[in-house]
Design a protein around this ligand. Structure first.
Ligand SMILES: [Zn+2]
Length: 136
């Protein structure tokens, strides 16, 4: 079981804060780490061009999480039952991240959450009054 602290240790400094247009993963506690890392594996698998994501822990930017860092992290724990079925993609296949978008027309900001509740949804980095929403 990975902790939030271990996940944060994998990030690289992000001197400019959140990069516009780059997806940010919002995570609040240790309980969400497993779902988040497993969900990220699928997210990266569906977007080959994506270099990594911005990590936001409890509302604070925590750095940039490169794709390789996530894979390295999972390499060490893929010894469980059924791992041979997914030899190229260790992790837990049942987890998916919810992708949220800014409702402002023309805004391309997006973010990832392990669990969506409208009242807890992150605000858009460019439109601080707009809660991010699932795509209709
Ligand atoms: Zn926006």
């Amino acid at each position: 079981m990975k902790t939030l602290e271990e996940l944060k240790q994998q990030t690289r400094p992000a001197p400019t804060g959140l990069a516009p247009g780059n997806p940010a993963l919002y995570i609040d506690n240790d309980e969400q780490v497993q779902a988040a890392t497993a969900g990220l594996i699928h997210y990266f698998a569906n977007d080959d061009a994506l270099r990594g994501i911005d990590l936001v822990v409890a509302g604070e930017p925590a750095g940039f999480l490169p794709r390789e860092a996530l894979y390295n992290m999972l390499e060490f724990e893929s010894k469980g039952l059924g791992d041979g079925d997914l030899a190229n993609l260790p992790g837990l296949p049942e987890y998916r991240l919810q992708i949220l978008h800014c409702p402002q027309p023309g805004c391309n900001e997006r973010c990832l959450v392990t669990f969506y509740r409208p009242e807890d949804a992150p605000f858009c980095g460019l439109h601080p009054t707009k809660h991010m929403e699932p795509q209709p």
